[in-house]
Design a protein around this ligand. Structure first.
Ligand SMILES: *[C@@H]1O[C@H](CO)[C@@H](O)[C@H](O)[C@H]1NC(C)=O
Length: 322
């Protein structure tokens, strides 16, 4: 009896010491970020964004996705490579980070946004809670923007693409060609493309229910469009809009998200997410990736760094009642 009492007192004392010694809140959910084209995972710009996020959530763990740990090679991998291979590498990379094991929020910048969506649909182990994309191309692009002066990778990629965006070679070696969706040549796109058609479940014979199941498991899908966007054509792609199919000499018209066949027939679960109020269509003022603190901070406050709620993630302190 006495021994038992001692044990109870000891356990309570330890519990009290634990409560006094540790902060009462569990750690905030970690974050994964994926940079955009012409950028790399540890560039000054990416470090600035990560610092801004840490200004909002002080101790948040952030992992910046890379294809290559060497900065130059990582930037080059935004132009050259096969997205199926890159995503397979990233899935291995994320699964190996212990801090991410219970899931994470994810922010994709520009093309990094649709790549993170591919991660969610194809892998999602560990799972993504909130997916936030800034100026991304969820319905592809129907124009390839010009290069900045002296951007050698861009010029190389452009020259290579001139030989034909929908050649099998380009579709497996040039990144932008893998999300180039030409509404003037939809049949060629549907026949040759294996990335965009996959993440949008566009081909009936290849439609995959796993992609949909993974995608609808998101807590929130936050899609940010830049009001003065000129790089992404059409800019509505950031909100799952696209140009309607047309002849080359006709003017383009936009199909907005809720009128897409993808949405109406719910090929990927976008409609289900939207009807549960989980799709947030936001606008930030500015040109492509002119990401101001005023735009970033409220979004990061609201959708990043939530406290983890699944049973495994609760703090270890549990007082047994028996
Ligand atoms: C669907 O996708 C999952 C996950 O990528 C894959 O394991 C599975 O083989 C795919 N199913 C079909 C029928 O292609």
């Amino acid at each position: 009896m006495l021994g038992n009492l001692h044990t109870v007192v000891l356990v309570l004392a330890l519990a009290l010491a634990y409560v006094l010694a540790t902060p009462t809140l569990p750690p905030v959910r970690p974050l994964v970020v994926w940079h955009g084209l012409g950028d790399s995972y540890n560039s000054p710009a990416m470090n600035r964004v990560m610092d801004e996020i840490r200004n909002v959530h002080k101790d948040i763990f952030i992992h910046s996705v890379y294809i290559d740990p060497k900065t130059d090679a990582d930037e080059k991998a935004g132009w050259f490579g096969d997205l199926h291979e890159q995503l397979a590498m990233v899935a291995v990379q994320l699964a190996a980070v212990p801090e991410l094991a219970n899931g994470f929020d994810a922010i994709g910048f520009s093309q990094g946004g649709q790549f993170l969506r591919a991660y969610v649909e194809w892998y999602n182990t560990p799972r993504v809670h909130n997916l936030i994309t800034f100026g991304s191309q969820h319905f592809g692009v129907s124009d390839i923007p010009g290069c900045r002066p002296r951007d050698v990778f861009c010029q190389l990629a452009h020259n290579a693409a001139k030989a034909g965006i929908y050649t099998t070679w380009a579709q497996h070696n040039l990144i932008q060609c893998q999300y180039y969706r030409d509404e003037r040549r939809l049949e060629t796109y549907l026949r040759q493309n294996t990335f965009m058609t996959s993440i949008n479940n566009e081909l009936p014979e290849l439609r995959n229910e796993t992609f949909k199941r993974n995608f609808v498991s998101l807590n929130n899908l936050v899609l940010v469009l830049f009001s003065r966007e000129q790089t992404v054509v059409p800019k509505e792609s950031s909100w799952f809009g696209s140009y309607a199919p047309r002849e080359s000499n006709e003017d383009p018209t936009i199909i907005p998200m809720r009128l897409q066949q993808l949405y109406i027939e719910d090929w990927i679960g976008l409609r289900e997410l939207d009807e549960s109020g989980k799709v947030k269509l936001l606008t930030c003022d500015g040109e492509h990736m002119q990401l101001s603190t005023e735009c970033l901070t409220p979004i990061v406050k609201k959708y990043v760094g939530g406290y983890t709620t699944s049973p495994r993630e609760r703090p270890a302190l549990v007082l047994q009642s028996s």
